[in-house]
Design a protein. Structure first.
Length: 73
């Protein structure tokens, strides 16, 4: 896949690596969701290949929508 240097993707990429090391497996997709103290939400996604990256983004978008719905409650 093409290298994405954004700091957010680096967090998800590093999380995938570390979680894989801990579990002893290859983590091919990773989605990191977060909330800020002022109520904003966000996410970063990583996929090991272009196809997995696209899939992680689709999953991240769905998770983001759910987080936003929950935050509105």
């Amino acid at each position: 896949m093409a290298w994405n240097p954004s700091p957010e993707v680096a967090v998800a990429r590093d999380a995938a690596k570390r979680l894989g090391d801990i579990a002893g497996v290859n983590v091919s997709r990773c989605i990191v969701t977060y909330t800020t103290e002022d109520g904003r939400v966000g996410y970063a996604s990583f996929g090991a290949t272009k196809a997995l990256c696209d899939d992680a983004k689709r999953l991240g978008d769905a998770i983001f929508d759910l987080v936003c719905e929950h935050a509105e409650e």
